[in-house]
Each structure stands twice: as structure tokens, then as C-alpha cells.
Design a protein around this ligand. Structure first.
Ligand code: ATP
Ligand code: MG
Length: 441
């Protein structure tokens, strides 16, 4: 039975409202690692010729049902689906590929054209929240549309390998597999079902459910008690058609030639139905059970399935929370930049002239970070705030300075005494004082 929380009433006003389970706030103290990740990723994708695309968080439910497949965990039990006020069934996107493909079709962008795209944003799945697994989580999604591979597959994977390098994340392992064509998969599926049925007593309840709908997913079970059975299952790789075999062999040879190490994992099947041929996953030993940080594969049939011109494509998605956790573990958490200059305001009548002056200096020196003291306070308190801010220099403007047409400048780190600079000599005088004050905190 599903529990329904009674809706809040007006009498609850003033009570704290809890966050939704599995949905996280990313606080300013943590944002450095996120921005570092996003910046490096954006740069690298741009350097490989990928362009950003932004698609809606909400789509018609049918899009995901058709794209991902009715028998997948995502569609079967993880989607946030609701009827909107107009009576349409809408779903918060659980992944980005379906929406991107829908956008290409809706905007008439296929017709034999190629696209290299990426998209960053939150995804939503009603899963059991735990470390590394959330109900709202972020992905960077990367798609190469219009090429059958395996050349594009190899470049895409090489790019992901370079990204780990740029980010400074070590210890990720690449697992590869080929799912073949839908036809060879059907043949394999029949063999697998025979095997699983012969061992039905050993199947857990999840696997029993998957046996009829999505038997390949049994291979993906995370239940330790199932592993021996899975090890004995027939292998997909042994049932590939000749063309898929050649495709896979060429991908592997190219990866070896460019020095990207990989492991073939014949049990890697991926959770979504639309994949064919190349599938891959980057895994780490260090995030416990949630060890996949980047997963993807080829989906040559999806675009036609969604009503577009038949177009081959491959893509992957990275789990941002899991990668950020690795960055934090590796100590790659740049702190927010401190201001360069803290502006101490001497007395209430000095605030407007101080704001005028600093606004002017911000125009003339857009790269300098100023923090203007707001909310008043005695000079001593303002200097305490200046110290705490991490600024290198205090600029002091009181009624006396204003009357004399000067500002006082005081280095906040190291030695060096307070000096004065005529306002007419700003911003050059400020440049000199900042240079003399040395680097920031
Ligand atoms: P898993 O096997 O961990 O459930 P998945 O196969 O469902 O992953 P994809 O749908 O391929 O994952 O998503 C790509 C990446 O997004 C994953 O490799 C993972 O890093 C991340 N991811 C998936 N689900 C979650 C989640 N609920 N919370 C955080 N990250 C997730
Ligand atoms: Mg999953």
C-alpha cells in the first residue's frame, strides 16, 4: 500500500517544511566542486565540437514509455508521472536522451544531418535514496547523432577518458560490451530465458518479474545471491551477428590503438531498452554499490521508433553527484573566490558616495571583486568583517575622506601601512595598492 501524506492545512503555517526525500540542496560550501566539474566538462565537450542543447524537464509520458520501454525499472516503477491541469499525462524526465531525440524530431533537425550535442540538468527517478542514488540527480548527457560507428563510438569513449584526466579523477575502469542487433538479441533472449527458467528456484523476486518482461536485466542484478547463477548464464557476446561482431572488434582495436584500456564485460546489458551494439560503463571502486559514474551506448533504432527518420546514434550520461563525490575525495574542491577589496564605510552619510565610487570602479575594473560593507557598524566591526572576508585590501571612505577628496587604502594581509589616494587618481592608485598587497587568501 502506498502511503499518502495528508495535505497541509493553513494551521500548519509556521511549521518547518521538509525537503522532498532523495532531493538535495547543493549549498554554496559545496558548489566549488560542481562548478569545477561543469567548467572542465563544458570546455572539453566544446573542444570536441559538441554543442549544448537544453530540453524541457517535462515531456509527455508516452515519450518515455516508447523510448525507454515499458518493462524497464525506470518506466515500470521509477517515473514521476502526473496528470496536469489540462488532463495530459506528463512525466519529469528520468533521463535526457528521449527528450533530445524528441527535440531533434520536433525541430526538423534530422534529415540526414549529424549532430553532436550535450545537455546538463536534473533527472528524476523514484528510487530508494542512498549514498550516490537520489530521486533528483544531475546528469551530463552527450549524444552523437547520425553516424553508425564504430569510429564515432571510439572517439566518444576516448573523449570520456580524457575528461577523467582533465578533472583529475583516477581509478575509473571502462567496461565494454556489444548487444548486437535487435534480431541477435531476440535469439539470445530466448536462450537466456531457457537457462533462467531451468534455474527458476534460484531467482529472487525482482529477477522473476524481469524474466517475462525484461530478462536481460536479470544479468544486471545487484543481489549478491544471484551472482553465481548469473556467472553460469549463456553469454550475449557468443550470440552476436557477424556485422555486430566486426563492429565491436573494430571499436576494441581502435581503443587499443589510442591507448584507452577497457575490459569486456559480457554481462553488461544496461537498464534501458533502446540500446544496440556498443554499450559501455565507467565504474569506480570507491563509491560502494553505486559504482557506475558514466554509462552509455548505441541506439540506432530509437529515432525511428519515436517517429523520426531512421538515424544511427550513440550517447552516454554521467552521474554528476557521483563524479563530484570523487572530486571531493580527491581534494579537488576549489573554494569560492574571496573579494579583493573590502570597502569600509565610515558613517551613515558616507554610504551613498561609497556606493557611487564603487559602482564607478566596478565599471572601470570589471575583474576586481569588491565587497561593500552594508548594514553599517562601527569601524572595528567592519574591519573584523573585512578580515573574515579574505580580502587583500581595505578601502576606507568616511566623511573626512570625502571632504578631502581621498580614499584610505590598507593592506589586510602581511605588513604595509595605511595610505591615502586622491579620488582623481583612481583606479590607477587602486591597481598599485592591490599589486603591493600581494595575493589573496
Ligand atoms: P545504476 O545502475 O547505478 O542504477 P543506471 O544504469 O540506471 O545506473 P543510467 O540511466 O545509464 O544509469 O544513468 C547514467 C548515470 O547516471 C549512471 O551511470 C549514474 O552515474 C547516474 N545515475 C543513475 N541513476 C542515478 C540516481 N538515482 N542517483 C544518482 N545518479 C544516478
Ligand atoms: Mg538505475
Amino acid at each position: 500500500m502506498r502511503r499518502h501524506r495528508a495535505s497541509r492545512t493553513v494551521s500548519d503555517v509556521g511549521e518547518q517544511i521538509q525537503p522532498v526525500r532523495g532531493m538535495n540542496d547543493v549549498l554554496p560550501e559545496a558548489i566549488g566542486a560542481w562548478q569545477y566539474f561543469e567548467c572542465r566538462t563544458r570546455e572539453l565537450l566544446g573542444a570536441y565540437g559538441y554543442e549544448e542543447i537544453r530540453v524541457p524537464l517535462l515531456e509527455h509520458t508516452e515519450l518515455f514509455q516508447r523510448a525507454i520501454g515499458e518493462h524497464t525499472d525506470v518506466v515500470g516503477k521509477e517515473m514521476y508521472t502526473f496528470i496536469d491541469r489540462g488532463g495530459d499525462s506528463l512525466t519529469l524526465r528520468p533521463e535526457a536522451t528521449a527528450g533530445i531525440v524528441r527535440a531533434l524530431i520536433s525541430n526538423g533537425m534530422l534529415r540526414g544531418q549529424r549532430h553532436k550535442l550535450w545537455c546538463l540538468g536534473p533527472m528524476f527517478r523514484h528510487e530508494a535514496p542512498q549514498a550516490g542514488r537520489y530521486r533528483q540527480f544531475w546528469q551530463v548527457d552527450v549524444e552523437a547523432i547520425g553516424c553508425p560507428g564504430p569510429d564515432v563510438d571510439a572517439e566518444l569513449i576516448a573523449m570520456s577518458a580524457r575528461l577523467w584526466d582533465r578533472l583529475g579523477i583516477a581509478g575509473l575502469r571502462l567496461q565494454l560490451n556489444s548487444l548486437g542487433t535487435p534480431e541477435s538479441r531476440r535469439l539470445y533472449r530466448a536462450r537466456l530465458v531457457d537457462y533462467l527458467k531451468a534455474h527458476e528456484a534460484q531467482l529472487d523476486s525482482d529477477s522473476r518479474r524481469r524474466l517475462t518482461g525484461n530478462p536481460l536485466r536479470v544479468l544486471d542484478s545487484k543481489n549478491p545471491d544471484m551472482q553465481e547463477l548469473i556467472r553460469g548464464a549463456p553469454l550475449l557476446t557468443e550470440h552476436l551477428d557477424a556485422e555486430s561482431q566486426a563492429h565491436f572488434a573494430e571499436l576494441c582495436a581502435t581503443l587499443r590503438a589510442v591507448g584507452v584500456p577497457y575490459e569486456i564485460n559480457p554481462r553488461l546489458v544496461r537498464g534501458l531498452d533502446y540500446y544496440n551494439r556498443t554499450v559501455f560503463e565507467w565504474i569506480t571502486a570507491s563509491t560502494g554499490a553505486q559504482n557506475a559514474v558514466c554509462s552509455g551506448g548505441r541506439y540506432d533504432g530509437l529515432i525511428a521508433q519515436l517517429g523520426g527518420d531512421a538515424t544511427p546514434a550513440i550517447g552516454f550520461a554521467m552521474g554528476v553527484e557521483r563524479l563530484v563525490a570523487l572530486l571531493v575525495a580527491a581534494g579537488r574542491t576549489p573554494a569560492a573566490a574571496a573579494p579583493d577589496v573590502y570597502v569600509v564605510v565610515g558613517g551613515p552619510h558616507s554610504f551613498t558616495p561609497a556606493l557611487q565610487l564603487i559602482e564607478r570602479l566596478r565599471t572601470e575594473r570589471p575583474a576586481v571583486r569588491f565587497e561593500l560593507n552594508v548594514g553599517g557598524g562601527a569601524l572595528k566591526a567592519q574591519f573584523r568583517r573585512a578580515d573574515r572576508s579574505g580580502a587583500r585590501l581595505a578601502l576606507i571612505l568616511g566623511e573626512d575622506e570625502i571632504a578631502r577628496g581621498v580614499v584610505a587604502l590598507k593592506p589586510l594581509r602581511g605588513s604595509g601601512g595605511q595610505s591615502e589616494c586622491p579620488m582623481a587618481q583612481l583606479p590607477a592608485g587602486l591597481d598599485a595598492a592591490l599589486a603591493a598587497a600581494g595575493p589573496g587568501a
